[in-house]
Design a protein around this ligand. Structure first.
Ligand code: PLP
Length: 374
């Protein structure tokens, strides 16, 4: 049975060149970057070349990138230190953020008693910017945390505009850019974000490595303590093979961005056209103009199909994800879709289909055929 992987917002296949690079570093460049001998100096050089290579894609200096173990760690670090060390008293975020942001903000609210405000979300999943401006016009030290591309619906936020609005209101701006890094150009000279984060496994790199962009002189303090790695901001011996793999993955992603994004966009458009043909009553959760790697659809099936649809597709070798998480037999609606859909629609089956350049038209045809047998 040919398998079809359409769950690329969850994680992506590692590129062969990345595996090659990581294997080389693991076998030949095993020195500790903190050691002063030649093995260490060699490792340090790979570390700093990786940082430089990453920084150039964002048009900003390498010193402003700190390597972390994942996107979750980067989000936790920034938000926690903003409250603890930068004395942020209020966070404005939205209810459609990833749990790496949402749960961190809730924990900080509990621990530090900060004020948390949630910006209104429109039925199409877009952030209500007018509401953000209304919320911002107050006098407390504030951080705004809003994601660039939503991992469930592909809704895109204009982070340049939001960054400017935050600047005008003297608020810090953090954006979870995990879904867009490697898939969209981000110029940090133009976008006035204070903090953005990345995770390599979302752009065909290894799992267990990511980075935080932290603008110069931010004042952020470490999340945990130990060695002097990463200018003392992130203790722990650097996972050199992961970092080199991440830099390689990013380099290839940006070198092929135009080609691969066009190919993926065409697949997404093809899927929409096939759904229109075979399931004319389907609806897009979000908008047809959403980010090119994700399509979240509400299928015109009865409610009783909701709990078995993923299982059915999995039996046919097709991996997609559902907009709802099934927990111990009951279907718990996605917190993102819960902000966008009516209670009635929330019970119906929604699917998140997310693409990479490894997908083909045949993959879409296989999915459509499988859906027809449900
Ligand atoms: N933020 C977003 C938007 C994501 O999609 C994910 C991954 O699912 C994360 C954060 C967490 O990243 P990581 O898996 O590297 O911890």
């Amino acid at each position: 049975m040919k398998k079809v992987y359409l769950d690329n917002a969850s994680t992506t296949a590692i590129r062969a060149e990345v595996i090659h690079e990581m294997t080389k570093v693991m076998s030949d460049d095993y020195g500790n970057p903190s050691s002063t001998h030649s093995f260490g100096r060699n490792a340090k050089s790979i570390l700093e070349l990786s940082r430089k290579s990453i920084a150039k894609h964002f048009n900003i200096s390498a010193q402003e990138f700190i390597f972390t173990s994942c996107g979750t760690e980067a989000n936790n670090w920034i938000l926690r230190s903003a409250v603890k060390d930068l004395k942020v008293k209020r966070i404005i975020t939205s209810k459609i953020e990833h749990h790496a942001v949402l749960y961190t903000v809730m924990a900080l609210q509990e621990e530090f008693g900060i004020q948390v405000d949630y910006v209104a979300v429109k039925p199409n999943g877009a952030i209500d910017t007018t509401n953000l401006v209304e919320l911002l016009s107050r006098e407390t030290k504030t951080l705004v945390s809003l994601m660039h591309v939503n991992n469930e619906t592909g809704t895109v936020l204009d982070i340049e505009r939001i960054g400017l609005i935050c600047k005008q209101h003297n608020a810090l701006f953090h954006s979870d850019t995990v879904q867009s890094i490697g898939k969209a150009n981000i110029d940090l000279q133009k976008i006035p974000a204070d903090f953005i984060v990345a995770s390599a496994h979302k752009f065909h790199g290894p799992k267990g490595v990511g980075f935080a962009f932290v603008r110069k002189n931010s004042g952020l303090q470490p999340l945990f303590f130990g060695g002097e790695q990463e200018k003392g901001l992130r203790a722990g011996t650097e996972a050199l093979h992961q970092i080199a793999g991440m830099a390689k993955a990013l380099e290839i992603s940006y070198a092929n961005l135009e080609l691969e994004s066009a190919q993926i966009s065409a697949l997404r458009t093809y899927l929409i056209s096939q759904l229109e043909l075979e399931f004319p009553a389907f609806e897009i959760n979000g908008t047809a103009a959403g980010f090119y790697t994700v399509l979240n659809v509400l299928l015109p099936f009865s409610e009783d199909k909701t709990s078995m649809i993923l299982f059915h597709l999995d039996m046919k070798g097709i991996a997609v994800s559902r907009g709802s998480a099934c927990q111990s037999g009951s279907v718990k609606p996605s917190h993102v879709l819960a902000e966008m859909l009516s209670n009635e629609d929330l019970k119906k089956p929604s699917l998140r289909i997310s693409f990479s350049h490894y997908n083909t038209k045949e993959d879409i045809d296989t999915l459509i055929q499988a859906l027809k047998t449900i």
